[in-house]
Design a protein around this ligand. Structure first.
Ligand code: NAG
Ligand code: NAG
Length: 211
């Protein structure tokens, strides 16, 4: 409702003109669109805008790299629908790594909540930009750049990350290269390795979680 003095204009009549939010209707019976349709506005409450999953640390033991990404995408946090934001909580054990990866549709900031993280990205002209961050620091990974994180502190580390898309995409470089059925001849030539000696070993050693 928008009020103009004594007049009251119901701009949300029939929900046609409201685009301030569109809490996703994730139900399988909802129509398929590029994104998610809006939950019936009459059924939206303040709880829809609250996200509490990040109260709990991710289990770093399950990934094979001693780090765990907990996602707050539109799937976990339907109020993000159409608003162009995704959040991630990263938990790291000592030495924990988030493998080199890209988000083709979003830039990302990483805020260190706890610990010390070495992180960086490779620019489109092949330069590594990287820093060791302390608690309270922020780093940014420009859209589409390959980036990674490693916990270089003496205890666990936590970061809170934000991406400017509700569907940023998440492509792990090792998996794309080694687990996507690219013909061996292509990889042998591209990497200068032999299938029997090197490629089988590499393919078998990619941590399964990230695949
Ligand atoms: C909205 O809430 C009402 C009352 O709880 C329920 O009957 C109706 O199915 C809900 N609509 C949707 C689209 O979820
Ligand atoms: C974390 O994962 C490991 C390996 O799957 C499991 O043994 C352990 O119980 C899990 N810890 C918690 C707190 O869920």
């Amino acid at each position: 409702m928008v009020s103009f003095g004594i007049f009251s204009l119901s701009v949300c009549l029939n929900h046609i003109l409201c685009n301030d939010f569109c809490v996703a209707d994730l139900s399988p019976s909802a129509p398929r669109v590029n994104g998610f349709p809006c939950k019936d506005r009459a059924n939206v409450t303040s709880k829809d805008f609250l996200f509490t999953d990040f109260r709990t640390a991710g289990n770093v033991s399950v990934t094979g790299t001693n780090a765990y990404p907990s996602f707050g995408t539109v799937l976990e946090y339907p109020a993000l629908n159409t608003l162009g934001i995704t959040h991630v909580r990263l938990d790291f054990g000592i030495g924990g790594v988030v493998p080199p990866h890209t988000h083709p549709f979003a830039s990302e900031t990483l805020f260190v909540v706890k610990g010390s993280i070495y992180t960086g990205f490779i620019s489109f002209d092949g330069v590594l930009y990287a820093e060791t961050l302390q608690q309270g620091d922020i780093y940014i990974f420009p859209k589409g750049t390959l980036h990674f994180q490693i916990n270089v502190g003496t205890g666990p580390a936590i970061s809170f990350n934000s991406l400017n898309s509700q569907a940023p995409g998440f492509l792990v470089a090792a998996n794309q290269l080694l687990l996507s059925n690219i013909p061996a001849a292509v990889l042998e030539s591209s990497l200068g390795i032999s299938k029997a000696k090197d490629l089988n070993l590499l393919e078998a050693s990619v941590p399964p979680f990230w695949g």
